[in-house]
Design a protein around this ligand. Structure first.
Ligand code: GLC
Length: 753
């Protein structure tokens, strides 16, 4: 093996927006993107075009540096980079000169044949969070990972890699925070001191550049905000996609789909979405419908719509090799498929049998794929589920000799799924006119949040998978993916009734609330569990709908700042050691002010850690002082959920779907506290893009405990709220504090409590 380590600086050139530093091994370039973001790229191919699949921002332009002979100093304002020249090493500091992160002085950036690696010093108290969909604990110290998008069917709770790649982590030490995004799409590696005697952490990739963005903002939320500024944020999802979603591999006929939807309405179980998994297709050919079992797609989707159900259909990238099949013929004619290096088409087997794979890296192919969705949008489908896009092929091992246009598989495998999601989003957005498409993808790379929601793939019906799934959701939230879900109930195997109840109750607090199960498993719908259990499941789904005003406002926050809806406690309580203990590391904040403790279905008294501040049990208003572990009842009818003192939680009446207007009352639940608090309430039509032209309804709701008032600021935006009245519902106050109802006007209103 040939190894090279960056040696002494031989030359320095500065241009208007970057600084270039040469050594015998490579060219390093430094850009400032914002006062708290510095990019470093170290390359052996400086003439190659500089592109990114993830980043949507550009460098800030002019920046200055100073040279003191031994070192260069780049001061971005909120973060500083000191570059040692002999040898070339990169060390980051806060604006007030506290050390954030430094290269290992011995090895720094180095090459092991084609593999490029950065070794960094590890600090005694350093913790790491992030990387998105990865197994292991919240604190990733002493663990290591590989990024290589994989169809991880039958994965256990320690399988790595899984389906997605997010080479972005946040480091925490000595009360300081920093972030590092290694924007390299090759197979990549992260080692947080697993086997280096606590001396070093390292990350690297099998090829490409040492290309990273360093975030120096102080605070995990601030780093997420910066990271999602750089890589983009989600747009407002269709409101219906936040309702309850029912899925199965597969409902086999149109009648079965309609029957399921009808049962929801008969039982008055709120729901919004029903899925068609692969069996709606003719022989699993994408953009076709099965002529026997789904004879009249338009009729089906219209009937579902009349029942206030939206339809989501699955699409896989593999195009069946079959002359006479439109997508096959067109793709072959236009050369739209992946090839071997000699130009032969790459064939592999997936659901339809032998398939070709679209080259989603080609804009023309994206366009073609996007326009094929008429097969689904014409019948009225509004949701598009992108599966098997790691890409998956039976046997898994797609050869490195496969190419997508100029891109080799080993360079871009980790972004293939994202390109498919982009093609799907762009195409369906165009076809749906002004309506928001719902796109869901299994494989993803940084930046996918701009186009699609994600779910965590084929989990298993066990308690440990339920808890693990929540940790994945929380970790995805650290890397910009707010709209995330898990297969509730577990994809593989059959949950016990207890597990089904528990998982469904946890699902209320999962950003995407979808029940899904594998072919061959027992039916999973709410009424399959007996009368008594049905009541519990229904009540939890009703709670989800009651919380939608709060949840939708939470999504608005994600769209504005990148903060996720489900937040590991490491975001708000970063330097509280207890949140990293394995007993409590699945706990999370749902939105600004609800704390949720996932609990196994067999545990009926749970140990819960409540961080600093006061908390109230959401179901009973019982008060707890934070900073303590409590044993609390956790029956299957009452997941431990707590409202933070001062919480402002807007809710609504039980509705049967997001299309149901309800009783017109916006309930403002306020929990007593000592400090002033506020909440940004957001509403729009939930369906169109008019929100982007100011057609929304937004106001800040403030609670002032000293003055004993709740103030609703004047409304911004031109959307008329669907609520005609606001009902203030106090919790944890003296008995004299009563509920109050006021008209929902657009003016500023102050209510005395
Ligand atoms: C994959 C998906 C799963 C889906 C199945 C059939 O395993 O992960 O959700 O049901 O394929 O399409």
């Amino acid at each position: 093996m040939q190894t090279e380590i960056l040696s002494n600086v031989s030359n320095i050139n500065s241009t208007t927006n970057y600084l270039e530093i040469l050594t015998a091994e490579a060219t390093a370039r430094i850009w400032v993107y914002s006062p708290t973001i510095i990019r470093v790229n170290i390359t052996k191919t400086p003439d190659k075009e500089d592109t990114s699949f993830a980043v949507i921002q550009h460098p800030a332009g002019d920046f200055n540096y100073t040279d003191d002979g031994d070192r260069l100093l780049i001061d971005a304002g909120g973060v500083k980079l000191r570059v040692s020249k002999s040898p070339l090493r990169f060390n980051f500091y806060t604006a007030d000169d506290k050390l954030l992160s430094e290269d290992d002085p011995r090895f720094g950036v180095n090459w092991q044949n084609e593999r490029v690696v950065c070794y960094r010093k590890l600090y005694p108290d350093e913790k790491f969070i992030g990387l998105g969909e990865k197994p292991g604990p919240l604190n990733r110290r002493n663990t290591h990972y590989v990024n290589w998008n994989t169809d991880a069917s039958k994965h256990t709770i320690s399988t790595d890699p899984l389906y997605k790649t997010f080479p972005f982590f946040i480091g925490l030490h000595t009360g300081l925070t920093y972030g590092l995004f290694f924007d390299n799409t090759h197979k990549s590696y992260f080692d947080f001191g697993a086997t280096t005697d606590d001396e070093m952490s390292w990350f690297g990739a099998d090829g490409g550049d040492m290309n990273y963005y360093f975030f120096g903002a102080q605070g995990v939320a601030q780093i997420i905000e910066d990271y999602t500024w750089l890589t983009g944020r989600m747009e407002m999802p269709p409101l219906w996609s936040l309702g309850y979603q029912q899925c199965r591999y597969s409902y086999m006929t149109a009648d079965e789909v309609l029957g399921i939807a009808t049962k929801f309405r008969e039982h008055q179980i709120p729901a919004d979405v029903i899925y068609c998994d692969i069996d709606y297709m003719d022989d699993y050919k994408i953009f076709t419908w099965n002529k026997t079992h789904f004879q009249d797609p338009k009729g089906l989707v219209s009937k579902l719509k009349e029942m206030d159900f939206r339809t989501v259909c699955i699409v896989d990238p593999g195009i069946k090799v079959e002359t006479g099949y439109k997508q096959y013929d067109e793709g072959v004619e236009k050369n739209y498929f992946a090839t071997y290096t000699n130009g032969d088409k790459y064939v592999a087997s997936v659901w339809p049998g032998r398939c070709y794979f679209p080259d989603f890296f080609n804009d023309e192919v994206k366009e073609w794929w996007g326009s094929s969705f008429t097969a689904l949008t014409e019948p009225g489908v509004e949701g598009f589920w992108n599966d098997m896009n790691e890409p998956a092929a039976w046997g898994q091992n797609i050869p490195y000799l496969v190419k997508f246009g100029e891109h080799y598989m080993h360079e871009v495998r980790n972004v293939y799924g994202m390109q498919m999601a982009i093609a799907t989003y762009n195409g369906t957005r165009k076809l749906l006119g002004n309506k928001r498409p719902f796109v869901l993808t299994r494989a993803a790379y940084c930046g996918t949040q701009r186009y699609s929601a994600v779910w965590t793939g084929d989990n298993t019906a066990t308690d440990e998978h339920m808890l693990y799934g929540q940790r994945l959701v929380n970790s995805l939230g650290l890397v910009g993916m707010s709209f995330t879900g898990v297969d509730i109930g577990g994809y593989t195997g059959n949950p016990t009734p207890e597990l089904m109840l528990r998982w469904n109750s946890l699902g209320v607090y999962v950003p995407m609330y979808r029940n899904h199960a594998e072919i061959g498993t027992n039916m999973r719908e709410p009424w399959e569990w007996g009368e008594e259990n049905l009541k519990v499941i229904k009540k939890d789904i009703e709670l989800r709908y009651r919380l939608l005003p709060y949840i939708y406002s939470g999504f608005y926050q994600s769209a504005q700042t990148g903060l996720p809806v489900s937040r590991t406690l490491a975001i708000d309580y970063t330097f509280d050691e207890t949140v990293y203990k394995h007993k409590y590391h699945n706990q999370f904040l749902f939105g600004d002010c609800m704390l949720v403790a996932p609990v196994e279905s067999t545990t009926l008294t749970a140990e819960v850690y409540l961080p600093e501040g006061d908390w109230y049990r959401f179901s009973t208003d019982e008060k707890y002082s934070g900073g303590e572990v409590y044993k609390v009842p956790s029956p299957l009818t009452d997941l431990p959920v707590f409202a933070k003192a001062g919480a402002i939680i807007p809710m609504q009446s039980v509705v049967q779907s997001t299309n149901d207007k309800g009783d017109g009352i916006l309930e403002l639940h306020i929990w007593n506290g000592d400090e002033p608090t506020s909440f940004v309430y957001y509403e729009d039509d939930g369906v169109t893009y008019y929100n982007e032209q100011g057609v929304y309804h937004k106001r800040t709701i403030s609670f002032n405990p000293q003055g004993k008032t709740v103030t609703l600021s004047a409304v911004e935006g031109s959307f008329s709220s669907k609520f005609t009245q606001v009902k203030l519902i106090p919790h944890g106050f003296d008995k004299e504090v009563k509920e109050q109802v006021v008209a929902n006007s657009n003016e500023e209103v102050t209510i005395n409590i």
